[in-house]
Design a protein around this ligand. Structure first.
Ligand code: FES
Length: 106
């Protein structure tokens, strides 16, 4: 089951600038980068920190607190101290609408 809900307008997303949204009670960071839009759970797997406040580079988002980076395609951390992945969610673009399914992790 995958229920896509509208997260925001595509035109609201600036390149490499994460946007935090709440979808069905789930905090999600939306990132437009390298011609695609990604949706990653907005809480770091290491501590309760919002990933949308971090920087984006090379399809990775960096946790600002301790510097672990997470792959926006897979949610996997590339370095310590985080060892567990962060959920990532499927994204669909329909016209100017960004749709995300938080009921289904990629
Ligand atoms: S809270 Fe994110 S790496 Fe520590």
């Amino acid at each position: 089951m995958s229920a896509f809900v509208r997260a925001c307008a595509l035109s609201e997303l600036e390149e490499d600038t994460p946007k935090r949204v709440e979808l069905d009670g789930t905090p999600v960071s939306l990132v437009r980068t390298e011609g695609e839009v990604f949706a990653i759970h907005d809480i770091c797997s290491h501590a309760n920190v919002s990933l949308s406040e971090g920087e984006v580079e090379d399809c990775q988002i960096e946790c600002w607190l301790h510097g672990s980076t997470f792959d926006l395609r897979t949610g996997k951390p590339s370095g310590l101290p985080a060892t567990r992945p962060v959920p990532v969610y499927p994204v669909k673009i329909e016209g100017d609408d960004v749709l995300v399914s938080v009921s289904q992790e990629n």
